[in-house]
Design a protein around this ligand. Structure first.
Ligand code: FAD
Length: 117
C-alpha cells in the first residue's frame, strides 16, 4: 500500500533524536531499577512506535541485539548500533559510533551532573 514517505521520514528523524538523547543522559552508573527502566522503555518504544512496518522491523533488530543498559556509554553505543542496523536495511550511510559521545546534546546544561533526577 502507498504510505506517506515524507511523514514517515520526519517521524523517524524526530524519534531518533529523542532516542539517542535518552541514552546520552542515562547515568554512567545506573541503579538496577534505572537499568530495568531503560530496558522496559526500549521494548515499549518498539511496541508503540507509530509506523507499524518500522516497529515490526525494529522488533527483529531488538531480538538480535538486546538493549545494553549497564551505563551511559554502552547504552549510547548500543543505540547507535541499532540505528545503523536500520540504516543498513534502508541503504543509508552508517554513523561512526565512536563519535556518539558528544553528538546528542539535551540542551539541559543546568543539570549536567549526568543523572536523570
Ligand atoms: P535518520 O536515520 O532519521 O537519522 C537522523 C540523523 O541521525 C542523521 O542525519 C544523523 O545525523 C544521525 N544518525 C544517523 N545514524 C545514526 C546512528 N547510527 N546513531 C546516531 N545517530 C545517527 N523508515 C522506513 O522507511 N522503513 C523502516 O522500516 C523504518 N524503521 C524505523 C524504525 C525506527 C525505530 C525508527 C525510529 C525509524 C524508522 N524508519 C524507517 C525511519 C528511518 O530510520 C529514518 O528516520 C528516515 O528514513 C529519515 O532518514 P534520514 O536519512 O533523515 O536520517
Amino acid at each position: 500500500k502507498l504510505g506517506n514517505e515524507t511523514a514517515k521520514a520526519e517521524l523517524g528523524r524526530a524519534t531518533w533524536k529523542y532516542f539517542h538523547t535518552v541514552f546520552a543522559r542515562f547515568p554512567d552508573t545506573p541503579s538496577s531499577e534505572e537499568q530495568e527502566a531503560l530496558r522496559s522503555w526500549v521494548y515499549l518504544f518498539q511496541r508503540l512506535y507509530p509506523c507499524g512496518e518500522c516497529a515490526n522491523h525494529f522488533g527483529e533488530i531488538l531480538a538480535k541485539f538486546p538493549p545494553q543498559v549497564s551505563g551511559r556509554s554502552s547504552a549510547a553505543v548500543w543505540g547507535c548500533h541499532v540505528h545503523n542496523e536500520v540504516n543498513k536495511s534502508l541503504k543509508k550511510e552508517l554513523f561512526d559510533c565512536s563519535r556518539i559521545g558528544d553528538f546528542y546534546d539535551c540542551g539541559c546544561a543546568e543539570d549536567d551532573k549526568g543523572e536523570l533526577d
